[in-house]
Ligand binder design. Structure first.
Ligand SMILES: [Zn+2]
Ligand SMILES: [Zn+2]
Length: 477
């Protein structure tokens, strides 16, 4: 036996028997739950935001005022729900077709795979004496010195030689003494198998989905036919809300979301169960990106640089040709120069809010039976603390060529004109009127801003701002 223990003989791999993975929810096979869970998550998560909206909680974190939700969108809630349901039907049908050919997840091979990784670790240990030799350290002497106090370390330094480390295995009724793995080798192998590999798979899937969506989304904005035929539909939501996240043309929904996520799952070799979490997670992320709130305590918005504030700029008439990245990270926008470079957007947001309030106020005046819309107090100053305005201070701002932001805003506005059905000129007209009013007020006084008489209710809303130095970022044309 001594020759066995001092040799490089590898521990044998255990035998295994495969059985189907029991379903996560008894009675519903994972194949179906994988299709169902993202839809349940979509509606549950977006209804949570809807409930926050309706009850006017967290008003200070709103990206837009309730008046904007009412007046600036060019699509009804009914149409939004209808198209989301259509996308989810297509997504479920495609998923069911793919899953039909997929083998079910099997269980029972964990110990075997961990032993395979432990074997790889053991083989890698063989290089240690040579590596120590390069540092003029004699591995065998060092291993001998450590043998009494640090047995595992001594074995690794000796090149994966563990004298005395054996196990008894029984095959076909015959017991044998064979080499065994060190506890640390098995622990490391288990960490690789249970944590490291799934983490790499999820990171790769996120990268694939981000890349797929960035380039296709950007193409949808660069090609006029693609924009007007498919993508302009999603942009009728100038003031996004949570359950409008998947409001898309069915073809776009299929191409970007369903195919993109399916591809990321397949390429990374995820199991059905992993796919279930990936689809559900990316669905929640998309909902969160359209929720209409920049919430400092929302973990999704905190972890990912691509969040509601970032994507909301892409939904504005002046930002539509920027911030194409979705749904997780923003690196493609930064690498390829499509990130919004106009810095502080608070003035633009304020003008849009004013224009919507004007529109609402005039409709209140004209419709006597309409009840008081009770506009929610909206604190723009609070927003300056949020990530939405972080771009203004980011280091890349220093490198932006002069005039780029203006060009971004102008090309964005041209794109809005391309969608005649979705408002086109009328979208820009209201914003231009408000912009002129803002410029006029800046010219009148640099210290005090006078609101027009029609801004009923709005004065209370912005009154707390103090108005020192006029409106931030108003550009002269
Ligand atoms: Zn877009
Ligand atoms: Zn969107």
């Amino acid at each position: 036996m001594s020759s066995l223990n001092s040799s490089h003989e590898l521990p044998p791999l255990p035998e295994y028997t495969l059985i189907p993975v029991p379903p996560l929810v008894p009675g519903i096979p994972d194949k179906y739950l994988e299709l169902l869970l993202p839809i349940i998550a979509y509606w549950a998560f977006s209804m949570l935001f809807h409930w926050i909206d309706v009850n006017d909680y967290f008003a200070k974190y709103r990206l837009h005022t309730p008046a904007e939700v009412l007046k600036r969108n060019h699509v009804s809630r009914y149409e939004v729900i209808r198209d989301v349901v259509i996308q989810q039907i297509v997504q479920t049908a495609v998923g069911a077709a793919i899953n039909y050919f997929e083998p079910e997840d099997l269980l029972g091979k964990d110990d075997y795979t961990i032993a395979v990784w432990a074997t790889r670790i053991r083989v890698a240990e063989r290089a240690i004496p040579s590596l120590l030799g390069l540092l003029s350290v004699d591995a065998h002497t060092l291993a001998n010195n450590l043998a009494k106090s640090h047995l595992a370390l001594s074995g690794a330094i000796a090149g994966g030689v563990y004298p005395g480390l054996t196990q008894v295995i029984t095959t076909a009724g015959v017991s044998r003494i064979v080499p065994g793995f060190a506890a640390w080798e098995l622990k490391l192998a288990a960490a690789i198998y249970h944590v490291f590999i799934p983490a790499i798979q999820f990171a790769a899937a996120v990268f694939i989905l981000d890349t797929w969506q960035y380039f296709l989304h950007r193409a949808m904005h660069m090609n006029k036919w693609l924009y007007t035929t498919f993508h302009s539909r999603h942009h009728r939501l100038y003031v996004p809300y949570a359950f409008g996240a998947l409001y898309n043309h069915p073809f776009e929904g299929f191409l970007l979301d369903t195919l993109g996520a399916g591809l990321a799952w397949k390429v990374t070799g995820m199991t059905l169960r992993q796919g279930m979490w990936f689809y559900t997670g990316s669905t929640c992320k998309t909902v969160d990106d359209h929720c209409g709130y920049a919430l400092p305590w929302d973990p999704l918005q905190y972890i990912f640089p691509n969040n509601a504030g970032y994507h909301d700029i892409h939904h504005q008439s002046w930002g539509i040709k920027t911030n194409f990245s979705q749904p997780f990270f923003t690196f493609w926008d930064h690498l390829l120069g499509t990130v919004w470079t106009g810095g502080d957007v608070s003035a633009r947001y304020e003008r849009a809010a004013n224009a919507a309030q004007n529109k609402l106020d005039s409709s209140v005046t004209n419709t006597s039976e309409m009840s008081d819309p009770s506009p929610t107090p909206y604190d723009f100053k609070a927003h300056k603390k949020n990530e939405l305005f972080e771009l203004a201070e980011s280091p890349i701002m220093a490198k932006i060529p002069a005039g780029k932001a203006k060009l971004q805003a102008e090309t964005s506005q041209q794109q809005v004109l391309a969608d005649k059905e979705g408002g086109g000129m009328s979208v820009l007209r209201e914003e231009l009127e408000e912009e002129r009013a803002a410029e006029k007020s800046v010219r009148t006084s640099n210290h005090r801003r006078t609101a027009s008489n029609s801004l009923k209710g709005l004065r209370q809303k912005v009154g707390s701002l103090g108005r020192k130095g006029g409106i931030i970022g108003v550009e002269k044309r």
